[in-house]
Design a binder for this molecule. Structure first.
Ligand code: BYC
Length: 333
């Protein structure tokens, strides 16, 4: 099992690891020990984490865009304040995650460059548009709901800095989920037009939310190895099923219908069975052809360009401070 631990699916040159070190590393993982930045780790483990954590960080910052679209149009001051706080939280999550990735020997600038160059992935879900206020409800309820399902187990992931970042992120995500569900509840208890708006949003977000968990286990390239390393604690299909089981009763309580004629409760297993996911749509979105891929990257590039003066000012300030401190040291000698 440990023979060479060549992980050809993880980008970068092939590295042949020392089998003894590998065995000792796996024994630590099996004993539920946390791996910390200065510990020895196989190169493929390091690369897998950089890949997953950076994709996660990118998802948080790109995820600010669909909701940011509604800050100026939120229907009340209270809704606006809550949405602003949520979008700011997502920015914070991105920062904790980039910091966690940096402990693996990669710089935030490098990761950000990959995103802006269109080389890095971020969650497929953020390539869909937010057409109405109900979409903000659906993002909180479904997208943050899916994120919590995926991220609670990540609080126990084997890499220490990632696990610790996830604890705070999950606390904030649970507030996000509740504010989204409360928007949906308000709309569903409102006028027929408001309820229809909530239904329309559910129709558009349901299937993309299920895709957030990634390809089916039979096609997931990384799950097996990531489970062995306890980076992932559940497979994509397991988490997707947990999400469906938790979310369907919430939707029924709202009086909404899920856009899936095959959805039914299976008495024997206690699970909600759902219809076929359109994986061709998922692949199209990942390949850059979703409804908003271009718009999202263009917005991130513009934000980066607009922020250039802040980075330059911070560097100039740091250089001045260093020069002043140097001059003070020389004067004191
Ligand atoms: N979208 O072998 P697999 C949020 C890629 S942010 C795009 O199963 P893995 C929020 C996958 O990366 C939510 N790409 O991979 C923010 C891989 O490609 P590469 C983000 C996807 O890593 C703001 C390939 O498909 N959450 O919550 O074992 C507002 C094969 O997949 C997707 C995270 O990032 C996708 N949906 O499992 C509101 C959580 N799915 O790298 C909310 C952390 C798969 O080989 N990440 N791919 O080119 C994970 O848990 C795992 O990375 C995944 C995928 C379950 C997503």
């Amino acid at each position: 099992m440990y023979s060479q631990a060549l992980n050809e699916r993880v980008e970068g040159p092939r590295i042949v690891e020392d089998p003894e070190k590998l065995a000792a590393f796996q024994a630590r993982i099996d004993a539920e020990e946390r791996i910390e930045p200065n510990d020895w780790m196989p190169e493929a483990y390091r690369r897998t984490l950089i890949r997953q954590i950076s994709q996660h960080a990118h998802s948080e910052v790109v995820g600010m865009l669909p909701e940011g679209n509604w800050i100026t149009r939120a229907p009340s001051l209270r809704r606006k304040a809550a949405l602003l706080a949520k979008v700011q939280d997502e920015g914070g999550h991105g920062l904790y995650l980039y910091a966690a990735a940096e402990t693996l020997g990669v710089s935030r600038e490098e990761l950000y460059e990959q995103l802006l160059a269109g080389k890095a992935k971020y969650s497929s879900i953020f390539n869909y548009p937010t057409l109405t206020w109900a979409d903000i409800g659906c993002i909180g309820w479904l997208v943050d709901g899916a994120a919590i399902m995926n991220q609670i187990p990540l609080c126990r992931t084997s890499y220490g800095p990632y696990a610790r970042a996830m604890i705070r992120i999950c606390k904030e995500e649970s507030f996000h989920q509740r504010q989204g569900y409360e928007i949906m509840l308000t709309l569903c208890r409102g006028t027929p037009e408001q309820k229809a708006m909530a239904q329309d949003a559910l129709n558009r977000w349901w299937w993309p939310a299920l895709m957030m968990f990634g390809p089916p286990d039979s096609e997931s390239q990384h799950t097996e190895q990531s489970m062995r390393w306890k980076i992932k604690r559940f497979t994509n299909d397991e988490l997707r099923q947990k999400f469906v089981d938790a979310t369907v009763p919430q939707g029924l309580y709202l009086g909404l219908t899920f856009p899936d004629p095959e959805l039914r409760y299976d008495e024997t297993t206690g699970h909600w069975r759902f219809g076929k996911i359109d994986w061709e749509e998922f692949k199209r979105v990942l390949a850059g052809h979703g409804p908003c891929n271009r718009e999202r990257l263009a917005a991130r590039r513009k934000a980066h360009e607009d922020g250039a003066w802040v980075r330059e000012a911070a560097l100039a300030h740091a250089a001045k401070r260093r020069a002043r401190e140097r001059a003070q040291r020389i004067a004191a000698e």
